[in-house]
Write a protein that binds this ligand. Sequence first.
Ligand SMILES: Cc1cc2nc3c(=O)[nH]c(=O)nc-3n(C[C@H](O)[C@H](O)[C@H](O)COP(=O)(O)OP(=O)(O)OC[C@H]3O[C@@H](n4cnc5c(N)ncnc54)[C@H](O)[C@@H]3O)c2cc1C
Length: 290
Amino acid sequence: MTTLAAANRPAAVSAEELLAPRWAEVAEFQPEIENLATIWLRFKDPALGKAYTFQPGQFNMLYLPGYGEAAISICSDAEKRDVIGHTVRFVGNVTRAVSRLKIGDPVGVRGPFGTHWPIEQLEGKDIILAAGGIGLPPLRPVIYHILRNRAKYGKVILLYGARTPADLLYTTQFEEWRKADIDVQITVDRADDTWKGQVGVVSMLFYHFRLDPAKTAVMTCGPEIMIRFVVFEALARRVPTERIYVSLERNMKCGQGSCGHCQLGPFFVCKDGPVFPFSAIEPYFNVEEF
Ligand SMILES: Cc1cc2nc3c(=O)[nH]c(=O)nc-3n(C[C@H](O)[C@H](O)[C@H](O)COP(=O)(O)OP(=O)(O)OC[C@H]3O[C@@H](n4cnc5c(N)ncnc54)[C@H](O)[C@@H]3O)c2cc1C
């Protein structure tokens, strides 16, 4: 059984360094939708900023003094690292403190952590990205990669859903993505008077196109129930489990495989994930309490 673990982890920082936050400051605070914003961080030490690299799908532990740390995916372009983006939903202790940040405020950063979407291995394939709600930010770096390397991929389809039209993220970018020949299909659970698009769950969008299982890869992130149905639809169309990649969320503390908070069967989601080929986690994914 293989995962995308250590072999894919950048060697930019040592194991010891991964336990100590490095200081960045808020360069931009970009409100997205209600209770959610993108925080753009710049490392205080320019040399560190230059040395820091990440791969699409990885996350940082963001530390707010006096509040603690939260795992937040990197949502920006891996090729543009002057500032690093994190789209944060304000739900708890740390993230509510994030909502009060001002330009110039300090934020500790540990990371990047975890495995990444194997986007370079998938060159030549048709790509389906399936995201629900706050599952889109960890997939946005994949979209940036594809935009830069569009000719290296076949069909690219983004299936994205949110509860209501007001909950959709990054809507101003959809047109640019469509112009680059990405088929952006959007759905909402509940429409309002303004909505003219699809209504229903993300997995339903699989019924709107045909795929060739021999050359399709699926990457999915969002609520676990959505992931289950996306995987179900992909398997029903004979996409092999090795080519279905899921990003999982578990409560995390250390972020680097020492504390065990995020255990899933034999894996630690922080270091063996968050991105897994479904083939690796299938036995544990469908079992309660794992
Ligand atoms: C790999 C990974 C990537 C992630 N990426 C992102 C991302 O890009 N953006 C993002 O916004 N989040 C992301 N998350 C989720 C984020 O890390 C969690 O939501 C984190 O717990 C937020 O920290 P907090 O201190 O603000 O919230 P917490 O205080 O930990 O609260 C989190 C949730 O638990 C509930 N809760 C808190 N205390 C209790 C309690 N006592 N009883 C019951 N429920 C409680 C809260 O209501 C809230 O819904 C990611 C998580 C992982 C593992």
